[in-house]
Design a protein around this ligand. Structure first.
Ligand code: IDP
Length: 140
């Protein structure tokens, strides 16, 4: 299996509860390596652009408000089959439906405040990495 990259966000509910380390530990234990990481406060425009694919969904405005309600940690993760590996350790969108041992089951608060974002395809991973990181900020 090829070593690939994916994009992750530790969301405001997790940074607020001081869970940056706990989330990162679970990612690392799942075989992912953090090759770029920065803590940022997203602007509304930045969050709207990031979630543009969801702009017709009923929860779009609430999601954007949530994502700018506090700092987030954006990360590039590297590992074998990184997109799937990350989606597996994240768990289902709704923590109530997530498997035991996943980040969302163990740490998330709700379907919205679900602690982590992870790219859903390699194509989107590239787009999302480029949205937040310059190439020189990624050190593999
Ligand atoms: P994903 O993050 O598991 O890929 P998506 O369907 O892409 O899930 O949704 C993006 C984000 O939007 C979710 O992580 C969650 O924060 C929020 N979200 C998804 N569905 C709902 C909902 O029904 N109500 C409120 N927020 C939602």
């Amino acid at each position: 299996m090829a070593v690939t990259r994916t994009f992750s966000i530790i969301k405001p509910d997790a940074t607020r509860r001081n869970l940056t380390g706990a989330v990162t530990k679970m990612l690392e234990e799942a075989g992912l390596r953090v090759v770029a990481s920065k803590r940022i406060q997203m602007s509304r425009e930045q969050a709207e652009g990031f979630y543009a694919v969801h702009k017709e969904r009923p929860f779009f405005n609430d999601l954007v408000s949530f994502m700018i309600s506090g700092p987030v940690v954006v990360q590039v993760l590297e590992g074998e089959d990184a997109v799937k590996r990350n989606r597996d350790i994240m768990g289902a969108t709704n923590p109530e439906n997530a498997d035991a041992g996943t980040i969302r089951k163990e740490l998330a608060e709700s379907i919205e405040a679900n602690s982590v974002h992870g790219s859903d395809s390699e194509e989107n991973a590239k787009i999302e990495i480029d949205y937040f990181f310059k190439p020189e900020e990624i050190v593999g």
